[in-house]
Design a protein around this ligand. Structure first.
Ligand SMILES: Cc1cc2nc3c(=O)[nH]c(=O)nc-3n(C[C@H](O)[C@H](O)[C@H](O)COP(=O)(O)OP(=O)(O)OC[C@H]3O[C@@H](n4cnc5c(N)ncnc54)[C@H](O)[C@@H]3O)c2cc1C
Length: 1004
């Protein structure tokens, strides 16, 4: 990127996660209206409000939407139905979906409420529909009706209603249909920007299909350029891996595709705008947009444009960047200013990633302020042709007030929204307005658009507020600048910084911004530079100071037993403080620890980061838990007696860890035992001793005495010797079910040995059940994440995908395409999705199974031949009962189930005896409830991936063959490491009943 526009990059970087008041201070100044401007804006806005209201009370669709507002439960029910209904191929599931969505809504409350007869009739339809589907439970009556009348009329009626909703939101199923519709009288005076919008591409063929749809649309619009219609392009629709980690391959590919579309649009004399998407994609999009914008071939074309999201802290700097690019390339960039459509998911992702601050504003009024400041810049900018996209009457009115006589800009609105807002401005006052017009099949598009609506369904949105009769015009038109100035631009109080997510008592583990190209490159190069020999050297150096490694297990136990009483006698607060210091040390040494995870355990960079963060979270969580749940408790009882329950250490615990979470699980089990007052001999897996050694060193540095925590490196013989030692007071083990069984047996072998607890977390044959209401794109993304990430080497990983028959083939086709986009390779490379499996033994074991199932492969992909790379493979089973054991690698087994057999399917999964994780993808809430009631698993994941349990939020651990519980990272874990002791003291026998004596005698 050349120096002029790239001069903005430090500023973009500075603003990205800057504190909200700092970002807002200059914006407030820029957005502030003079009293005269404010007065003018309010006057215009009042007129627009009247127009909007008039438009919304006309037309039955508007009235229908008015009656069933998006923030009422009935409105949400209808939209949820619309989101899923059209893609459901089988009547049985469609009926269940209708029953589910109709069932909870209170349609009667809407009876006769609308001024429209049609809407009232529709409401009666819904009331009758609900009565029909609710009696007899899930669709029972419907089924009877169908068989009696031979016609599923409720389903048909819903289908027709959905198609109507489709027409509200979708301009046309094809570009020609959309262009015809633009000629209707209601669109007179408006231009359109067509978008072949839909889900982001999941596969390369998806990307190609979208590319061709865009090219086709340009061609169609280009046949009649005088209409002034244009095209909007969403880059994520063109490439399945439009991600920072894949920068090297997606940015050039997208640049090439955008170039082809831009050249075609320029040749045909029409405009093309690049949509704005998630904040992490901004830098990539700027690079792509600049590269295409500078093409000599496009010189003189003034149709090139981009969208900018005002809710982002970088918005104003991006406007400056676009202005510069426009001036540099001798054209005015068409900049569409929007507020932004991904607010909820951006906030959630930032919290999950534990980043320093949000990339977006956290108050709605701050977004409005930013919008106004950007708008003012755009009106002044020489290199920008401004377009203001909003449905907010005040925002629009402010721009009208500022622009004065100028008409050198356009407004934009979404098809199906904001009708009435612009009609007068366009038809009587000479303003231009463009309608953003989604084009495509209702089945795909309605789902997408409705989801956007639901995701952005915040009550703070202007269209929702307009429909809220309790709000006065003065409230609707309150000045956002005043609102933000009043709170000093501060962050919204109910949106804590990610670090503060778990309240004041527990800091969230800090993440790294792996979506920042520079940060990712820097982490990756640090990891690469910490080559194994150096890692080894450092550990070797420090290991000389570790007296324990040369000890035999018996001597270890002896030393630990000697150290135990003093440690156990330490106040809980002191032990907890050691854990918190350890958490801080882990964060200080994060890159080094990640490097060891990558080199030793062959973890990918995101997995290595997740590993360190989980270890940190375990330390802080158990520290808090110890202070609260292990403190002595006085129990109620008869007067004259004191009963106190104490939790005390049991003695010396052996903690035996697996290689797949060599830091998080290794430390999690160990620090839990320690904080509960035990001494610990911690045995890592033989494959991952280095990371364990480093963790133990840091624990010692944090204040855990050397003999209280002893590292026992070695193979199964070391574990066996420890378990067999009768002085061991408890075992925490994570690994295979077989080894857990051996440990359990060994603990019982010696009849003279006390009975001691065993906490075992073992494997699972984890299934994901998918019904025909699920969104295939979401299913495929979650399947790939759950079964192939971490090379399938997570206990929670998906092993058995169970697809409802009707959707199986389509889903598998998309899955195969998504597998083709996976990068298998060196885990220290930031682009790698799937690394090798842990060692040769694991490799051969997995490859043997894979080879034996060769005839049943649905899909496999090529992998490097030099290393233990097991090709991710999907394997078809004849029956779901054919899989009865865990294959701990990237091998996914797939079977189908029949509509109506959800309960039986869960029962068959239960019958395997494992009970770790289960996934469900369904839009039917009652199906989720049914699975929740039936599934015998520790962790059920609904409509999401099945991996990545978060400490304190998703306590982890299974039942049956999958483990004993209690759950790691949950509130009941620590007490299991303790001896519970109660002391009951009779206070009457030792000199009188103090409690009674001290009671005031008034009232006797
Ligand atoms: C023609 C057109 C094209 C569009 N193209 C894009 C695009 O390319 N990319 C894109 O992302 N969106 C796009 N949008 C969608 C657009 O972002 C939303 O329609 C827009 O946010 C609605 O703004 P408003 O002024 O109509 O509504 P308002 O109700 O005034 O504002 C809603 C905005 O406030 C934000 N908000 C809500 N609560 C908070 C909070 N607590 N803190 C901070 N902000 C909050 C919402 O996220 C939303 O952005 C487009 C919209 C139009 C009309």
């Amino acid at each position: 990127m050349d120096s002029a526009t790239s001069s903005y990059f430090p500023e973009l970087k500075r603003l990205h996660r800057a504190a909200e008041p700092d970002v807002l201070a200059p914006l407030l100044e820029r957005a502030r209206l003079s009293p005269a401007e404010r007065e003018a804006a309010v006057q215009v806005a009042l007129g627009l409000l009247a127009d909007l209201r008039a438009a919304q009370s006309s037309g039955w669709v508007n009235q229908f939407l008015q009656q069933y507002r998006l923030n009422s439960s009935e409105g949400v029910a209808l939209l949820s139905l619309a989101e899923a209904f059209l893609r459901v191929p089988d009547p049985e599931t469609a009926d269940l979906l209708i029953a589910d969505k109709f069932g909870d809504a209170d349609w009667k409350a809407h009876a006769g409420q609308s001024s429209s007869k049609l809407v009232n009739t529709a409401t009666w339809g819904l009331i009758v529909g609900k009565a029909l589907v609710s009696e007899g439970g899930q669709g029972g009556v419907l089924r009877r009706l169908i068989s009696r009348a031979g016609e599923p009329f409720v389903r048909q009626a819903v289908g027709a209603a959905m198609k109507m909703m489709g027409e509200v939101f979708v301009m046309g199923r094809t570009i020609d249909e959309a262009m015809r519709r633009m000629k209707r009288p209601e669109n007179a005076g408006f231009t359109a920007s067509f978008d072949m919008l839909g889900e982001a591409a999941r596969t390369f063929p998806d990307g190609r299909r979208y590319f061709e749809a865009y090219a086709g649309a340009i061609e169609a619009v280009g046949r009649d350029p005088a209409t002034g219609h244009s095209i909007s392009v969403k880059l994520s629709a063109l490439h399945p891996r439009y991600e920072v980690a894949q920068w090297e391959r997606c940015v050039p590919a997208l640049t090439e595709m955008l170039e082809a579309l831009a050249v075609q649009a320029a040749d045909q004399g029409i405009a093309l705008t690049v949509d704005a998407e998630e904040s992490e994609r901004l830098e990539m999009s700027l690079e792509i947009i600049a590269a295409v914008g500078r093409l000599p071939r496009l010189k003189g074309w003034d149709g090139y444009g981009m969208a900018v999201q005002a809710y982002g802290k970088r918005a104003r700097a991006v406007i400056g960047w676009a202005d510069l690019l426009g001036r540099e390339t001798g054209r005015r960039m068409n900049v569409r200013l929007v507020k932004g459509a991904y607010w909820d998911s951006e906030i959630k992702r930032t919290q999950e990633a534990g980043l320093s601050d949000y990339p977006l504003f956290t108050r709605k009024a701050a977004t409005d302020v930013s919008y106004l400041a950007c708008a003012r810049d755009m009106l002044d900018a020489k290199g920008i042709a401004p377009a203001f996209a909003s449905h907010n009457a005040l925002t629009v009115a402010t721009i009208v007030a500022w622009a004065g006589q100028s008409r050198d800009f356009e407004f934009q609105r979404l098809h199906g929204m904001g009708e009435g807002l612009y009609e007068r401005l366009v038809r009587e006052e000479g303003y231009r307005c463009r309608i953003y017009a989604p084009v495509g099949g209702h089945r795909d598009l309605l789902a997408y658009l409705v989801r956007r609506l639901l995701e952005n369904g915040a009550n703070s949105s202007f269209v929702h507020q307009l429909a809220d009769e309790r709000l006065t015009d003065a409230e609707l038109l309150a000045d956002p600048v005043e609102k933000i100035a009043k709170v000093g631009g501060s962050r919204h109080p109910s949106i804590p910084l990610p670090a503060e997510l778990f309240g004041p008592e527990r800091r969230n583990s800090a993440g790294l911004d792996l979506q920042d190209r520079e940060e990712l490159a820097s982490v990756s190069s640090s990891i690469k530079s910490l080559v194994p020999s150096e890692v080894e050297g450092r550990l070797h150096e420090s290991s000389e100071t570790r007296p324990s490694t040369t000890l035999g297990t018996s001597e270890m136990v002896q030393r630990a037993a000697r150290a135990f009483p003093a440690w156990s006698a330490r106040p809980i607060a002191e032990r907890a403080a050691c854990l918190e210091r350890l958490a801080d040390l882990l964060e200080q040494h994060r890159t080094e620890l990640m490097a060891i995870c990558v080199h030793e355990a062959r973890k990918s960079i995101p997995d290595a980061l997740g590993e360190v963060r989980e270890a940190v979270d375990f330390c802080r969580y158990y520290a808090v838990q110890a202070r609260t749940s292990l403190a002595p408790v006085e129990l109620p009882g008869p007067t004259g007696e004191r009963n106190v329950l104490r939790h005390e250490g049991r003695g010396v615990w052996a903690t035996i860890a697996p290689w797949n979470f060599p830091l998080a699980i290794f430390l999690g089990q160990t620090v839990a035992a320690l904080v509960a007052g035990n001494a610990v001999i911690a045995k890592p897996a033989p494959q991952t001793p280095r990371i364990a050694a480093r963790a133990v060193e840091l624990a010692h540095q944090a204040g855990v005495p050397h003999d209280v925590l002893i590292l026992a490196e070695g193979g199964p013989e070391v574990g066996a010797a420890l378990v067999a030692d009768p002085r061991i007071a408890g075992v925490a083990f994570t690994g295979s079910t077989n080894t857990a069984r051996k440990i359990a047996r060994a603990l019982l072998e010696d009849e003279k040995r006390p009975l001691v607890p065993l906490i075992a977390e073992t494997g699972g044959v984890n299934a994901m059940i998918v019904d025909s209401t699920a969104l295939p794109e979401q299913v495929v993304a979650d399947v790939v994440t759950s079964s192939f990430r971490s090379a399938g080497q997570r206990c929670s990983a998906l092993r058995l995908l169970l697809l409802q028959e009707e959707i199986a083939e389509n889903t598998l086709e998309m899955l195969a395409g998504a597998m083709d986009t996976l990068v298998v390779g060196d885990p220290s490379d930031p682009a790698t999705d799937v690394g090798p499996v842990i060692d040769r033994t694991a490799y051969e074991h997995l490859m043997g199974h894979r080879e034996r199932t060769r005839n049943s492969w649905i899909k496999t992909i090529d992998v490097p031949s030099d290393g233990n790379f097991v090709p991710p493979t999907a394997i078809r089973l004849r029956s779901m009962d054919d899989l009865d054991r865990e294959w701990f690698g990237p091998l996914l087994h797939v079977a189908t189930w029949k509509a109506g057999e959800l309960e039986q399917t869960v029962a068959r999964v239960n019958a395997k005896g494992f009970g770790l994780t289960m996934g469900l993808h369904s839009r039917i809430a009652r199906s989720a409830e049914a699975v929740e009631a039936l599934a015998r698993v520790g962790n059920l994941y609904v409509n999401r991936s099945m991996i990545g349990a978060i400490v304190g939020s998703q306590p982890f651990g299974g039942e049956g063959f999958s483990g004993t519980g209690p759950k790691a990272g949950g509130p009941h874990y620590l007490p299991r490491f303790c001896a519970e002791r109660v002391t009951s003291t009779d206070t009457t026998s030792s000199g009188g009943n103090a409690t009674l004596l001290s009671l005031d005698d008034i009232g006797f």
